[in-house]
Design a protein around this ligand. Structure first.
Ligand code: HEC
Ligand code: HEC
Length: 481
């Protein structure tokens, strides 16, 4: 009888059946392993250092919306013609020396390494005091260079290319890295086709942006994707293009309305909706990790102006500020951090009109049944008189980033720059803002035309009647905030 347990001695028909059963068992095990793999290998991306956590730690965006690391890694090499320059940094993404990922990107293993974005991709800036200087990276500053629309469009364009195939992509991956047998199968049969499908779906989800003005460097339409994709509200024709905001010093902003139009009043909810807006899902929202981010931005001080300040002139400017601006902008000012009606401030109203009561109501029910919850979203009728801490690094100014410098902001709208280039990070201490003219700015920057819908630089005429000397003094003071 012992011979019969030796498969080699079995009649060929039985052998065939057993082989088929074996193949099925191995197949089932492989699928089960794949499905369960995330459970075992969900390596948390924990950074003890809070600044690294802010820049590189997961905010839950990769569980559904993550891109398999190796695909993400080789796309710029495979499709360089779809990028404005050499690699991801040509989209205004900052890459610190010696780091595996760029600032604002996280690599997290959920079954396989995936790439997601973090708050820092939109909330970290760089500046240079002169052209030939290593950029200084300022955490939590509004990302002045990042072209988020360019990033989305690059990914969609690669997926729409007929060369986006397992053969083409795996060849390049293997050139960089030795995939294991299982990884190879996973990438070939699952991840590459799935990623292509998901990126094409994303392209479809963002097709409404094609008929609206471009965001350009340092701007994004942050809430229309939430309305249309997350809350599943019907597409409308609004344009919500807005400038990135700084996140520092939140403890001094206690009680202020949040976002340009004050559509939120709770910082915790603003942080959590920030993560949802970036692709975290109800299930993946990492409440404790986001609490760390919130604690960090409460205490983080605004950056100091990196050039000399004439203290005497600034002292004069501080008086002018007290008389002309403080009621809306100083800490403790009676209207600071409140919503100023749009008719009063007079700036472009598109961003305000983008958000709706329906959007607020739907979002307030979004977390029903979860341990976290939203209840402070609302519809307002104007823009927040934001505090001006770290103002020097917040250029271009106003909610749509339509005014390149403080000097321009104190000019009447008709005398402000009509066309300028955003996204070049060399600073201009004369006008107090980034350099937005000249060949270098043109070569790198996004052409901002104030005559384009939603780009208007009208309104906020406070201080425009001051004398030349008073304006100089006021600007000197504003540098110190
Ligand atoms: C894709 C870009 C992007 C990402 C990523 C992003 N934000 Fe923002 N954030 C913005 C923009 C743009 C605004 C201003 C939006 C508006 O009101 O129109 C903003 C506003 C805010 C504000 C309001 C600030 C104020 O003073 O009113 C907070 C707080 C904030 N973000 C926190 C976060 C946190 C925390 C994360 C990560 C969990 C995050 N954001 C991720 C783009 C982004
Ligand atoms: C009546 C209230 C009010 C007064 C007075 C006022 N502002 Fe404003 N300020 C606002 C509002 C509201 C906004 C946001 C408007 C927008 O973005 O559309 C704003 C925005 C700004 C910004 C842009 C901030 C950024 O991050 O882009 C600057 C700079 C500024 N104000 C400076 C001043 C100065 C300087 C004065 C005094 C000469 C002044 N403001 C007077 C209400 C006021």
């Amino acid at each position: 009888m012992t011979e019969q347990t030796n498969p080699n001695l079995l009649p060929t028909s039985i052998k065939g059946v057993l082989q088929r059963i074996l193949v099925v068992i191995v197949g089932v095990l492989a699928v089960a392993l794949f499905l369960l793999w995330p459970v075992f290998s969900n390596s948390p991306v924990d950074y003890a250092d809070i600044e690294n956590h802010f820049k590189y730690g997961s905010i839950g965006s990769e569980s559904v919306n993550g891109i398999p690391y190796w695909i993400w890694k080789v796309l710029p090499e495979l499709f360089p013609e779809k990028l404005p320059g050499k690699d991801y940094t040509s989209l205004g993404i900052t890459w610190e020396e010696g780091k595996e990922m760029p600032v604002g990107f996280t690599k997290k293993t959920i079954g396989f390494p995936r790439v997601g974005i973090t708050c820092a991709v939109c909330h970290t800036a760089t500046y240079r005091t002169k052209e030939k200087e290593k950029p200084t990276i300022v955490t939590a500053a509004p990302a002045n260079k990042f072209d988020s629309q360019g990033y989305l469009r690059f990914l969609s364009a690669t997926a729409g290319d007929s060369r986006f195939t397992a053969d083409y992509i795996l060849d390049e991956i293997k050139y960089n890295y030795r995939l294991s047998w299982l990884e190879n199968l996973l990438y070939r049969y699952l991840l590459i086709p799935q990623t292509k499908k998901a990126l094409l779906q994303q392209k479809e989800q963002y097709s409404w942006t094609d008929s609206r003005p471009n965001w350009g460097s340092g701007r994004i339409d942050p809430f229309n994707p939430v309305k249309f994709n997350t809350l599943k509200l019907p597409k409308d024709n609004t344009i919500g293009n807005s400038d990135m905001m700084p996140l520092w010093n939140q403890k001094m902003h206690k009680g202020f309305a949040l976002h340009w139009d004050g559509l939120e009043t709770s910082l915790t909810e603003t942080v959590q909706t920030g993560a949802i807006g970036d692709g975290a899902t109800k299930k993946s929202l990492p409440v404790a990790d986001l609490q760390r981010v919130e604690d960090f931005i409460q205490e983080l001080p605004p950056p100091k102006y990196p050039f000399a300040v004439d203290e005497q002139v600034a002292a004069k400017g501080s008086q002018i500020f007290a008389n002309t601006c403080a009621s809306c902008h100083a800490f403790g000012g009676e209207r600071t951090g409140t919503v100023i009606p749009v008719e009063e401030v007079g700036t472009d109203r598109h961003r305000l009109d983008m958000w709706t009561q329906e959007g607020a109501d739907t979002y307030n029910h979004f977390g029903d049944g979860y341990p976290w919850d939203f209840k402070n979203l609302r519809k307002t009728n104007g823009y927040v008189s934001v505090s001006l801490d770290g103002l020097w690094l917040r250029a271009p100014y106003l909610h749509n980033g339509s005014v390149p410098s403080l000097q321009d902001l104190l000019e009447k709208p008709e005398n402000r720059s009509q066309v300028f280039y955003r996204g070049y990070d060399v600073y201009d201490p004369k006008k107090v803002g980034f350099i937005t003219e000249g060949d270098k700015a043109k070569a790198i920057g996004f052409k901002y035309d104030t005559t384009v819908t939603a780009n208007s630089n009208q309104g906020h005429i406070y201080g425009t009647d001051l004398s030349g000397e008073e304006k100089k003094a006021l600007i000197e003071y504003l540098k110190t905030l």
